[in-house]
Ligand binder design. Structure first.
Ligand code: M6R
Length: 359
């Protein structure tokens, strides 16, 4: 059932345009976000959000942290589920506890959820699998509707999680009346454009396929970004390491000087996520510093960049989430093409399982 694609992961990357449409279906009506699933959560009794997840779902959670604070004006904090479980956390019934999971069966996430429930916290699951253990345990669920994901390296599940979290942050902003109607309209029209943004451009895919041959060796990769593009950098690095077995790390670009730049030399590949709509000049100077130390620079941006060794031009978007999703697509395709060139089994990478039901 690969429908002509080489791997399920490739098929799932191409499906993203359609499945995010499913995620949005029925949830935007007359310029209002409608999440009937949440009707029994009393948001007036909630003054903070805590999110727990693992792996890719944790990266979606990190992106939500920016969205909840920026749009919903609510204090938000994110933890890796396996850390949360054993740190004797404070469980505050005025904090909404959100778990994010593709499978709904991840042991650490499920146990964190049970702890939060025992502590009297209201709980919400953002999950792809209905009737999974996590869905059955949480007080409320928003299903991400990505469809079955077969590739061990998560792609469409991540895209639908971020869309769901964006919807949720707007929903909370609406309820708290902390978003101006014009801003809400702008956000909704940006949201509705994402299915189109996620349509794979065959020329871009071909370009990535061609340039991937330059990125097979060397002693490692830095994926760098700022703000929302930092969780995306983490996710880009995770995708690459999972299926290529090359060493890749994601960093907030501003952290370079605090240690990681010591690794920069001609053997280091830098993948820079440089949106036009967000801190472009700051990113530029971080990237220049890496280029000055001979790192090979692959720049993903709508703006050409003098020092780039390779450049993947993105479209001009008026909203940074348009840039976010286009860059997500590019990093997924890059990981896919590098892995294929290395002769790896893209869908079943070594040492990994699709669902981690033991800790
Ligand atoms: O099913 P979950 O979302 O709870 O799974 C969490 C992680 O195990 C998962 O995202 C893992 O990191 C993927 N292999 C990432 O591609």
């Amino acid at each position: 059932q690969k429908d002509g694609y080489r791997y399920f992961m490739e098929k799932e990357i191409y499906e993203q345009s359609i499945v995010v449409g499913e995620t949005l279906m029925g949830r935007i009506k007359e310029n209002t976000i409608v999440l009937d699933e949440l009707s029994h959560i009393d948001f007036s009794a909630i003054d903070a959000i805590k999110i727990c997840a693992c792996g890719t779902s944790y990266h979606a959670a990190l992106s939500a942290c920016y969205m909840f604070e920026r749009l919903s004006k609510i204090r938000t904090n994110v933890e890796i589920a396996s850390e949360f479980r054993y740190k004797e956390p404070l469980l505050d019934p005025k904090t909404l506890f959100i778990v994010i999971s593709q499978s709904g069966e991840t042991a650490d996430t499920l146990e964190a959820l049970k702890m939060a429930k025992r502590g009297g916290m209201p709980t919400l699951a953002i999950c792809n699998v209905d009737n999974s253990s996590i869905v059955r345990t949480a007080d409320a669920t928003i299903l991400t509707r990505a469809g079955i994901e077969k590739g061990v390296a998560s792609t469409k599940a991540f895209a639908t999680q971020v869309i769901t979290l964006w919807l949720l942050s707007l929903y909370v902003a609406q309820i708290k009346e902390c978003i101006a109607p014009e801003r809400l309209n702008e956000e909704i029209s940006a949201l509705l454009k994402i299915p189109l943004v996620l349509k794979v451009n065959e020329q871009t895919h071909e370009k990535i396929r061609r340039l991937s041959k330059r990125y097979l060796h060397g002693h490692g990769f830095f994926f760098i970004g700022r703000d929302l593009f930092y969780p995306l950098a983490l996710e880009g690095a995770l995708k690459l390491k999972e299926i290529s077995y090359l060493h890749a790390e994601g960093y907030p670009a501003g952290e370079m000087k605090h240690g990681p730049i010591a690794l920069a030399d001609s053997e280091l590949f830098t993948i820079a996520l440089m949106p036009k709509n967000l801190l472009y000049d700051k990113m530029k100077s971080n990237v220049e510093e890496l280029g000055a130390r001979d790192s090979t620079l692959l720049i993903i941006s709508p703006e050409p960049f003098d020092l780039a060794d390779d450049f993947i031009k993105t479209n001009a978007h008026t909203h940074m989430m348009g840039e976010f999703f286009e860059m997500m697509l590019i990093t997924q395709l890059l990981a896919l093409e590098i892995s294929i060139r290395l002769g790896n089994d893209v869908d079943m990478p070594r040492n990994l399982a699709k669902s981690v039901t033991v800790e």
